[in-house]
Design a protein around this ligand. Structure first.
Ligand code: ADP
Length: 221
């Protein structure tokens, strides 16, 4: 297994880059998707969230009302801490379980983690940062993802800055251009990924670096 992280700001193009890498044969472990899975109705995480924050975080169909949770934690750092202490361990555990499934293979495994800069992890062979100028990020969030501009900017302001993210990068994908401009970069990225050494089959799961995070949240990024 070859193991790297992929990150970028909200709307930078992480999912787009992940799909292109998946088409090359990479295994994508998508932290956002895992967050949603561990919070499905009937899950211990959802039960704990309802116990902590009250029934108002449950939608009529019994699923998690993510907006209700976002409203609670928005201006309450203690509530955000409590939320993270319930959700993060479950996500980490599931991610590690999926990684362990892959460690005896020769696959390139990509951990797509929106807040990787804010919550660094040990044990990755490298970090890919998908980079776009702030104004492009806002424009795409408004145009393609239905965001209100103020909301897009507010979410971005709660994430690491472009500079902080770039400072952690081993490979930068510049997604400021069109999709056709991504293709040659994906070719180069894939060649770089394949050049990394295979990890041993008993490789231990990567873990968050203790106390490294300060801006973590479960917001969709
Ligand atoms: P992220 O996963 O980082 O939040 P996405 O991959 O979902 O970002 O990209 C945000 C939006 O911008 C999506 O609607 C996507 O289709 C679009 N998009 C991504 N890259 C480009 C690009 N190079 N040109 C135009 N639109 C793009």
């Amino acid at each position: 297994m070859i193991l790297v992280g992929l990150t970028g700001g909200i709307g930078s193009g992480k999912s787009t880059v992940s799909s292109l890498l998946e088409a090359k044969g990479a295994i994508i472990l998508d932290a956002d998707a895992i967050v949603r899975e561990v919070q499905l109705p009937g899950s211990p995480v959802l039960t704990e969230l309802a116990a902590k924050f009250g029934q108002e975080v449950l939608a009529a169909d019994g699923s998690l009302d993510r907006q209700a949770v976002a409203n609670i934690v928005f201006s309450d750092p203690d509530a955000l801490k409590a939320l993270n202490s319930i959700v993060h361990p479950a996500v980490g555990k599931e991610m590690n379980r999926r990684m362990i499934e892959q460690r005896t293979t020769e696959h390139v495994v990509i951990l797509d983690i929106p807040l990787l800069t804010e919550n660094p992890r040990e044990g990755l062979q490298g970090k890919i940062v998908v980079d776009v100028p702030v104004e492009v990020q806002v424009e795409r969030l408004v145009k393609f993802r239905g965001f209100d501009e103020t909301d897009a900017r507010a979410r971005m302001s709660r994430q690491a800055t472009r500079e902080q993210r770039l400072a952690t990068a081993d490979f930068v994908v510049d997604n400021s251009g069109g999709l056709q401009e991504l293709e040659p970069q994906i070719e180069k990225l894939w060649a770089w990924l394949k050049s990394l050494p295979q990890l041993p089959p008993d490789y231990e799961p990567v873990t968050p670096i203790p106390n490294a995070g300060s801006k973590s949240s479960d917001a969709k990024s």
